[in-house]
Design a protein around this ligand. Sequence first.
Ligand code: AMP
Ligand code: ZN
Ligand code: FE
Ligand code: FE
Length: 274
Amino acid sequence: MTRPGRADLHLHTHCSDGSYEPRELVRRAHDLRFTVIAVTDHDTVAGVDDAVAEGERLSVRVIPGVELSTLDADADTHILGLFVDHRNPALLKLIEHAAAERRQRLRRIAELLQDIGLDISAEDVSNHIEGGTVGRLHMAEALVKHGLASSVSESFLRYLGRNRPAYVAKWSPGPQECCRVIHEAGGVAVLAHPGDVVDEQKVERLVEAGCRAIEAYYPTYSRSLTETYVKLAGRLGVGVSGGSDCHGSRKDRSFLGTVSLPMKYVDDLERRKG
Ligand code: AMP
Ligand code: ZN
Ligand code: FE
Ligand code: FE
């Protein structure tokens, strides 16, 4: 018999680049009948405590998580840490290092924008949440707010995207280190959104590096692509994860409710942690 329940194991809050506060995210998930969710902000766990507290109030199980950026073959690749102890010192050390690098990068981006005559500074951007993440999306929004670009996508097209004048690469730990720290923190490392085109070598490489599951359920993946990843996970002996990667209204639209991970996979993931 299939276990009742509804799960989404990939969600962002305004502690990184989502638009909902942690408690609001949990309320929205509850309204959509989710019973298990994971909060997985980019390089921060600042939203976990509030989300867990709201989850306890509403009987939604909130799994502490994080989405770490890593470099794989020169490509920005994301690894989710699910079921982590979000107070684990090794995890916090890695996150704090990434945050410091992000702040420094933001200052460099601001300098490059100033060099081409735009009146903006890193202070115009701050993510007001303590321990929150700052990235290019926050700078893009600041440019719009200051009347220096007409939209977020124009900010990327003209200034912040790769090969544009204010592009600065992001420091990232290697995939092995990400996986090691996630497992040391008692979690399970999941290769996030492996790609719209199946690249088996990439997936194998990242499983080799320590990923114990693949995110096969994702809003932009067709049923057959999901099925392909589920089969690949089976062949590689790893678990299956999935989620909507909801950023609220901050990106195109809210994908919350468009992905439900079958509960058998949630249970299996939990057995792979630590
Ligand atoms: P960062 O991690 O600081 O490099 O920022 C990455 C963020 O910028 C992610 O949320 C991306 O989805 C977003 N992003 C990248 N390129 C674009 C684009 N062309 N338009 C809008 N958002 C983008
Ligand atoms: Zn994001
Ligand atoms: Fe991601
Ligand atoms: Fe994400």
